[in-house]
Write a protein that binds this ligand. Structure first.
Ligand code: GRF
Length: 228
């Protein structure tokens, strides 16, 4: 494999967002990169198995007690694991449930992205779909963004929207949003690896090029962004 760019994915749980990236690499939708390493803060995270099955390195990096350096040491451990994997151009937070300090964020400035299950800047935090439903919005969705010092606040890359159905409960809405995440996230990775994303302050411009329309089955009723 010549000159493929390297991706590191940080994930805490089931890893379906990670899987969407692995699948896009396997199918050739992402043609210019490969997942080199998956890092999890939980030893039993299914995400680690998904990474291993794909042939990526899969590393558990345990949280560190305060007396032994706490969050800063944990982040240095994660960075060391990424460095050891080698050739990582992009770091993706895919359901990574730890807040990252400026130490980490600055180390990967402009090459650290996150997926959030809400239309930011609304419904930041741990339960985007539930918060959106309780608020009573009629349209919900997901957002990929570059990571800045503030949580869920960096420049938006792509967003996808779905309708909120009158009979939705939290899990039904979250599942519909997740189906869209599984297209918006790998496409964001693809655009990054194709060097098609340019930051202009808060605005992220997507340069013209290929499209995934016609290459993936659209999520029913979903609204896709320019650039997809
Ligand atoms: C996704 O909804 C993601 O947006 C959120 O956490 C969830 C991760 O799901 N931050 P999975 O572990 O990738 O299946």
């Amino acid at each position: 494999m010549v000159d493929k760019k390297g991706i590191a994915v940080l994930a805490s749980g089931r890893g379906s967002d990670l899987q969407s990236i692995l699948d896009a690499v396997s199918s050739g939708l992402i043609a210019t990169g490969e997942v080199r390493i998956v890092v999890s803060d939980r030893p039993d995270a299914p995400a680690l198995d998904r990474g291993r099955r794909h042939g990526a390195e899969a590393v558990h990096v345990a949280p560190v007690a305060k007396a032994e350096g706490g969050r800063a040491q944990n982040e240095r451990d994660v960075m060391a694991a990424i460095d050891a994997a080698g050739g990582v151009d992009l770091v993706v937070l895919a359901g990574y449930m730890r807040l990252l300090s400026p130490l980490f964020v600055d180390a990967y400035h402009d090459r650290l992205i996150n997926i959030h299950p809400a239309l930011l800047p609304a419904f930041k935090g741990v339960d985007g779909p539930g918060d959106a439903l309780r608020y009573g919005v009629k349209v919900a969705g997901c957002t990929t963004h570059f990571v800045d010092h503030e949580m869920d606040a960096g420049p938006v890359i792509l967003q996808g929207a779905v309708l909120v159905h009158p009979d939705d409960d939290r899990d039904a809405l979250a599942a519909r949003i997740l189906a869209l995440e599984h297209q918006i996230l790998p496409r964001t990775v693809d655009l990054f690896l194709q060097d098609r994303l340019t930051r202009d302050g808060r605005l992220v411009r997507v340069a013209d090029g290929d499209t995934w329309h016609g290459r993936v089955d659209p999520v029913p009723e979903a609204l896709y962004p320019y650039g997809f």
